[in-house]
Design a protein around this ligand. Structure first.
Ligand SMILES: Cc1ncc(COP(=O)(O)O)c(C=O)c1O
Length: 244
């Protein structure tokens, strides 16, 4: 079996690092790599509780108390989502695979920002769909190029993806950009997929601006998980919150 392929950005990083360059890994999505760790004693306490009781309450959408906790998290940020409309997954990458599979047939496309997290391409390949990359404007703080977004849409477009805070640009969509995007998506009956995995790394004023709290998308899938939120990339607990 041949070795797994490394994406070109990581390959370049490794080459330059091996040549002795001092580099900042701005595209790194792993908080642990940046020295951010979840307190081990809290993890230990929850593990011990599990091993004492070994409770097992299976549910196709995921443990009910966990879905309620996620709903409460959003309620604390003025965003309403019924726990019945939350699905637990084993990582946001898996959430993407579910959504691409749910919303598309082979040959359909999903509109995604460029630059973007490289794994989207592999997930799309697995789901046998095309990703259409709409431009983010570097000259305008990496905001959405709406003319390009419209140019990339066609009759086979099935969803539009917003990544905010964005990896790798770090840009956060403000209310104006979110409203323009949601109006545009609603006018074309396109569901919105909001990748908010870096929401806890928002250092702006006020609450983190999220489409499901600030606007009324016709159909909105908000993705998040413990990987970045609690700096637990190995724990693999994520969710899809469905609103609209
Ligand atoms: C923008 C973005 N979305 C999704 C993911 C995947 O997250 P998870 O670890 O929950 O699969 C990453 C991981 O780095 C990411 O950068």
């Amino acid at each position: 079996m041949s070795a797994p392929e490394i994406n070109p950005i990581e390959a370049t990083y490794r080459r330059l690092k091996a040549a002795g360059k001092d580099l900042l890994k701005l595209y790194s999505g792993n908080p642990n790599e940046q020295g951010i760790h979840f307190p081990g004693e809290i993890l230990q306490a929850s593990y011990s509780r599990y091993f004492e009781k070994q409770d097992y309450f299976p549910h196709p959408k995921g443990l009910k108390v966990a879905r309620q906790a996620i709903s409460d998290y959003y309620a604390g940020q003025k965003a309403e989502v019924d726990p019945e409309n939350i699905l637990l997954t084993s990582g946001t990458s898996e959430s993407f695979f579910y959504l691409f599979s749910l919303l598309t047939q082979a040959g359909d496309n999903v509109l995604v920002p460029k630059p973007a997290y490289p794994l989207f391409d592999s997930i799309a390949e697995l789901a046998k769909i095309e990703l259409r990359h709409y431009a983010l404007r570097e000259d305008l703080a990496w905001s959405i190029d709406f003319a390009d977004l419209e140019a990339k849409r066609d009759s086979r477009s099935r969803a539009v993806l917003l990544v905010s805070p964005n990896n790798p640009t770090g840009a956060v969509s403000d209310l104006e950009e979110i409203s323009t995007l949601v109006d545009w998506a609603n006018s074309h009956d396109l569901p919105l997929i909001c990748d908010e995995v870096f929401s806890e790394f928002f250092f702006g004023e006020g609450a983190f601006p999220r489409p499901m709290a600030l606007t009324k998308p016709k159909l909105c899938f908000t993705l998040n998980g413990l990987s970045k939120m609690l700096a637990l990339p190995g724990l693999k607990l994520s969710w899809i919150a469905v609103t609209g």
